[in-house]
Write a protein of this length. Structure first.
Ligand SMILES: [Zn+2]
Length: 1002
């Protein structure tokens, strides 16, 4: 007999499949009819919270295949896919479960007797979005304190697999030994077990190498802050999980548990101080590990570089303050891909290790490394671990699953130390008593690697790091590509709030430095923490239930109220202190135009005016070019607004702005730089002609709104149908087209189109002196399972596109079979034809999904999944994107700067109450770097001293930069600091893609 046949035969002596024995029953457990199994041997029933009752009577036989069972323990193994499960034994409720707590090994009897009857009844509720399933039902007779045939079968399987993989020369001896199983005496339990025992003895020399291997176990419970349940429930789940772990630690003192998310600890500290104290004690006793260092486990592709800094700043700060130590291990097991600059940012916070398991979910490519250096574009490297795969929510201590993983791991990395994370996750739970008992049993087996509990950091510290592979790229998740677009409200709020808080902090800092206005540190930190919570990896991606978004939107609105008030307060404080020059007119109204960005810029500004008999004058009493707009606004060109500064203008009555003359429009926009022709039949763009370079950039119609059916993905909100291109929907229908403005400052054509029941209103806008065509969009979105992209087929050719990421940019090539067929970018993507030395940037103000081919750039505008939120994205949405044709590449064209400008427009503040105290000049440039490839990303009060300031920049073009800055604030650089604001070695210069932070003092 082959060894595998022997093992299977052995297994059947104590294990029996009872899946087909279920009877569909009434709620009371009365049988109605037998079940039917599908081809996978699953019992399935319809979606929509349908209740399925199943019952079966187990009668303990005298023996299985001859092996006597009396006196053994009996367990029922179940695996289900149901959102609510209740298990009754002999009409007594015994256990509950759900989608995450989705399997059990339930003890039916401590010692069975022949003919014993046990009635098991299940109440299973299917998920609303998916069919329900019972996938596995197996009875196991065992001796938890001794060997039994099933246990030995598992031991033999494990040795066999190790020998086959690493020691094939010993397989023959193994096979021969198994031939000594005393099958003739199977009915004599003692004799038969003795034969098994002697086989185990003779196999021990062969199994010796297994003990050179070690499993390092860390108890864990992945806990989603909000997902298929609201935040309010998460607090309770966290509390219950932590109590359960601390209780288990009393019975299993070796158990070590690791958990991330300072926000959860903070809640426990506040609401359950005793529990917090117990956690603190466990932490001091080394049986509790702090992981992550970020405030929550966020989505990290879409959030800004500064958001990543704040996740880590407030997270690590909390750990330091409450536990006396920061964590060295970044922990993002479930986040949907990771940006290339993350290693550099993590290192800035004392993080040594990065752990995720999410790339096991890739749909196309198996991620090649288990343990590797992950390198940022600036050269920063972080040791990174792909944690064991966990797709089901539960990671138990099943010895076969564990060793299968261990074999793969060792083949991949050559490492004999293996990490394992037992525990029920997603909705909390953590390790169970049964998992720990099973682990203890296997710890004693000579045919299993060593098994011990260990902190993740201790495990990582112990690994050999020489000759590790280096991954110098983003970690792209080949799966949840819809999350760049789904729930656009979250994306829009996130972008707006990130920029608002940057502006609020910057101007509050300046108001304090210049005028000693109190700095609102507490309010700013509280607003940031709300943003950080909403960046959680099921909120910002748009993959939760409606209640979660109702809660999240309330927080976003609080952030906006606070942020706008803080900004307004700071700008008003500055405005009231301006030393006003002589009025150009007795009724002239002074106002300031503020620029929060660190370079000089010009912008067409529209002012709401009471009467159109007015004009704008600049400081030198020169009339600014102006125009009356269609929507009763006075437009004027504010030129050369200084870097991190402002400029005074006057609104003066009795002058006439240029009247509109729309007769010549002919649906052409022409500002002398670009000539854009709109098709009056379709509303698409027929031509974008670069007048300076005499170049047509469109191959065929531009801004085609291409719609596709996007349906049939199990992960509806998460995934775009990979075959969506095969299901194009009818084109949009033009409803109206009209010219709204025709120079000399702004040209604007409005196009209204419909797609099914949805309406698109788009304004094509060109401004004076700007080579950028803006497309301002308002949509009333009503479609179901539909994806919309705007497409720009180009006369250029390139085999790659560059995309903005947090604190940098990434080149992604256009291979036809590439799994990166939908990618994310922050504020821009750029396709440059290097041969033609000409390119196109496609900017946006709150979208993130893009795709590109050699001759086309597309931005994903809309999706409409129906699960978990059945009303995702229905209703009104506003967004702007812009097409920017340019000579040279995105660096020479300053695409980064233009994209910032689109997202952070200048701010107008009227001076209504000037104190005439003559403190501040009417035009000021407070801060400027001599190299304009440095982008200011944060200017804030330091965490440690109200008299010091923190300034952070990133190098945005992959080039060197000198540290040369002018400031009118009497500040000097005290020292270079890391993310935690601790002094580091001074910098000589800034290298390509480097992020630099300084502490400044007066
Ligand atoms: Zn998660």
């Amino acid at each position: 007999m082959s060894p595998l046949d022997n093992i299977a035969k052995l297994s059947h002596l104590t294990r029996t499949d009872v899946q087909k024995n279920w009877l569909i029953s009434t709620a009371g457990g009365n049988p109605i009819q037998p079940v039917t199994l599908n081809e996978k041997q699953y019992i399935i029933w319809p979606a929509g919270r349908q209740i399925q009752y199943l019952t079966q009577k187990i009668i303990v036989p005298e023996h299985l295949a001859g092996y006597p069972l009396a006196g053994m323990e009996l367990r029922l193994i179940l695996t289900w896919w149901a959102e609510d499960v209740k298990i009754y034994i002999n009409n007594q409720f015994i256990q509950a479960g759900d989608l995450f707590d989705s399997s059990t090994r339930i003890l039916l009897s401590n010692s069975v007797s022949t003919g014993q009857e046990i009635v098991v009844t299940l109440r299973l509720v299917s998920p609303n979005h998916d069919i329900g399933g019972l996938m596995k039902s197996e009875l196991i007779y065992e001796y938890s304190q001794a060997i039994d045939p099933g246990f030995v079968a598992d031991e033999l399987t494990i040795i066999h697999n190790y020998l086959q993989t690493f020691y094939p020369e010993n397989l023959a001896a193994f096979t021969a030994t198994l031939d000594n199983i005393d099958w003739d005496n199977v009915t004599n339990k003692d004799k038969f077990n003795q034969s098994l025992e002697s086989i185990r003895q003779s196999l021990q020399p062969l199994a010796k190498p297994l003990k050179e291997r070690s499993f390092h176990l860390l108890g864990h419970a992945h806990l989603d802050m909000a997902w298929l349940w609201p935040l309010a429930e998460t607090w309770q789940v966290a509390k219950n999980t932590f109590i359960s772990v601390l209780n288990l630690q009393k019975d299993f003192p070796a158990l070590i548990f690791g958990h991330s998310s300072p926000l959860i600890y903070e809640w426990i500290e506040k609401h359950h101080p005793d529990l917090f104290q117990a956690i603190l004690e466990a932490y001091k006793g080394q049986s509790w590990e702090l992981l992550g260092g970020m405030w929550v486990e966020p989505e990290v592709n879409l959030i800004s570089g500064e958001s990543l800094f704040r996740q880590l700043l407030y997270g690590q700060q909390y750990f330091q303050e409450k536990f006396g130590q920061i964590t060295k291990t970044a922990w993002l097991p479930d986040t949907f891909g990771f940006p290339h600059q993350l290693p550099q940012i993590l290192k800035s916070f004392g993080i040594k290790y990065f752990v995720t398991g999410k790339l096991h979910w890739n749909d196309t490519t198996k991620f090649p490394h288990g343990f590797f250096w992950w390198q940022s574009p600036d050269g920063s490297k972080i040791l990174s671990l792909m944690s064991p795969p966990n797709v089901a929510g539960v990671m138990d201590t099943n010895p076969i699953i564990m060793t299968d993983h261990a074999l793969n791991w060792e083949r991949q990395t050559g490492l004999k130390d293996i990490f394992w994370l037992p525990g029920v996750g997603d909705h909390g739970g953590g390790p169970t008593r049964d998992m720990l008992e099973v682990a203890q049993r296997w710890q004693k087996s000579p045919f299993f690697p060593q098994l011990k509990f260990s902190q993740a950091t201790t495990y990582l510290d112990s690994l050999e790091t020489s000759n590790l592979p280096i991954w110098d790229d983003e970690l792209y998740l080949e799966f949840h590509r819809g999350c760049y677009t789904t729930h656009s409200d979250q994306k829009a709020y996130n972008r707006y709030c990130e920029i608002l808080l940057y502006q609020g902090e910057l101007w509050s800092s300046l108001a304090n430095i210049l005028l000693e206005i109190p700095y609102p540190k507490v309010e700013i930190e509280s607003a940031w923490k709300k943003v950080l919570l909403n960046q959680f990896h099921d909120i910002l991606p748009g993959t939760s239930i409606p209640e979660v978004f109702r809660d999240a939107n309330q927080l976003w609105r609080q952030v906006i109220t606070t942020g706008e008030a803080i900004l307004e307060q700071a700008l008003q404080a500055i405005a009231t202190q301006i030393n006003l020059p002589t009025l150009p007119h007795p009724q002239a109204k002074p106002f300031l135009v503020f620029n929060s960005l660190n370079w000089e810029r010009s912008q067409v500004i529209s002012l709401a005016v009471e009467s159109f008999n007015c004009s704008v004058y600049d400081l030198n009493n020169c009339l600014c070019p102006s125009q009356l707009s269609q929507d009763n606004q006075l437009l004027f060109l504010a030129e050369n607004i200084p870097s991190v500064g402002y400029k005074l203008f006057w609104l003066v009555p009795n002058q006439q702005a240029t009247e509109q003359n729309l007769i010549n429009c002919q649906f052409i926009l022409d500002n002398g730089l670009l000539k854009v022709t709109i098709n009056s039949e379709t509303g698409d763009i027929d031509s974008i002609f670069d007048i300076i370079n005499q170049k047509e950039i469109l191959q065929t119609a531009g801004n085609q709104l291409q719609a596709f059916k996007d349906q049939g993905q199990y992960w509806d909100a998460w995934n775009i149908d990979p075959n969506y291109q095969q299901y194009p929907l009818p084109k949009t229908v033009l409803k109206s087209i009209k010219c709204l403005e025709y120079g000399p400052l702004r040209w604007r054509i409005r196009v209204s189109r419909s797609l099914g029941d949805s309406e698109f209103c788009q304004d094509y806008i060109l401004e004076k002196d700007s080579p950028i065509l803006q497309i301002k969009t308002i949509v009333n979105w009503q479609q179901e399972h539909t994806l919309v992209k705007t497409a720009f087929p180009l006369t250029l050719n390139s085999d790659f596109t560059t995309y903005e990421i947090a604190c940098g940019a990434i080149k992604r090539s256009h291979q036809s079979e590439s799994p990166k067929w939908e990618v994310y970018a922050h504020k821009w993507a750029d396709l440059t034809d290097t041969e033609a030395n000409y390119g196109i940037s496609l900017l946006n103000n709150n979208k993130y999904g893009y795709d590109a081919t050699n001759q086309q750039l597309r931005l994903t505008l809309l999706r409409s999944p129906r699960w978990p939120d059945p009303e995702t994205d229905l209703g009104k949405q506003e967004f702007t994107y812009a097409i920017y044709p340019h000579q040279g590449d995105w660096k020479t064209a300053k695409t980064v700067h233009h994209a910032w400008q689109l997202n952070s427009p200048v701010t107008v503040v009227f001076i209504t109450n000037s104190s005439r105290s003559t403190q501040l000049p009417p035009v000021a440039q407070w801060l400027k770097f001599s190299d304009d490839n440095l982008i200011l990303m944060s200017f804030k009060q330091s965490e440690t001293s109200p008299q010091s300031w923190v300034m952070r920049v990133y190098e945005c073009q992959g080039e060197n930069a000198v540290i040369d800055w002018q400031n009118q604030l009497q500040l000097t650089i005290k020292e270079s600091i890391d993310g935690l604001e601790r002094a580091i070695d001074p910098m000589e210069q800034i290298s390509p893609w480097q992020i630099a932070t300084w502490l400044l003092k007066n």
